[in-house]
Design a protein around this ligand. Structure first.
Ligand code: PRP
Ligand code: HPA
Length: 178
């Protein structure tokens, strides 16, 4: 596990002043480019889920980088994958929630029938900053009466205290950075 964490950690690239001045952007593209690092990150998520959750019905991924990791994990677990998208991207009847970003505003949306009442879901994204995005996705799940088991991200920006916003949801955050 330590070596997997290390491998993932060395594949996170910081970019100063992107997309705006003052933001230190953590780029996960190197993880995707290296099959060993990508396998390691999915292994870490899978180990966490198998150890901590007896039953998971769906993995819910956040637009856009949650889509890169979520389906790989869902397939390992043998469960389905559901998309939480930015507003206006999903066809059919949808449910949406507005939220604030570290650098802007947005609206998260799911298809009305994406989750059934009582289904146990785990949310996944690449990164936790203020927690606004995952919090909005949790609100969407609760609106549809799904049971949120927890949230998982590759990277936590620790100094923004995003986990406070997500309480009482459990968070799995293998890589913390300041
Ligand atoms: C980033 C990141 C998370 C979110 C984290 O996505 O991938 O989804 O911000 O920020 P928060 O914890 O403060 O809400 P972004 O909104 O930039 O969208 P993108 O994935 O479409 O680039
Ligand atoms: N990296 C990627 N996405 C982000 C970041 C970051 O540093 N901050 C907010 N969203």
């Amino acid at each position: 596990t330590e070596s997997k964490l290390q491998l993932v950690h060395t594949h996170i690239r910081p970019f100063p002043d992107f997309p705006k001045k003052g933001i230190l952007f953590r780029d996960i593209c190197p993880i995707l480019k290296d099959p060993a690092a990508l396998t390691a990150v999915i292994d870490l998520f899978e180990e966490h889920v198998r150890k901590n959750h007896k039953q998971v019905d769906l993995i819910v991924g956040l637009d856009a980088r949650g889509f890169l990791f979520g389906p790989l994990l869902a397939q390992r677990l043998g469960v389905g994958f559901v998309l939480v998208r930015k507003k206006g991207k999903l066809p059919g009847t949808t449910v949406s929630v507005a939220y604030d970003l570290e650098y802007g505003k947005a609206e998260a949306e799911i298809q009305e029938d994406a989750v059934a009442p009582g289904q146990k879901v785990l949310l996944i994204d690449d990164l936790l900053a203020t927690g606004g995005t995952l919090y909005a996705a949790c609100q969407l799940m609760k609106k549809q009466q799904a049971e949120v088991l927890g949230c998982m991200v590759v990277i936590e920006l620790k100094e923004l205290n995003g986990t406070d916003k997500l309480k009482p949801s459990q968070c799995f955050l293998p890589n913390s950075v300041l």
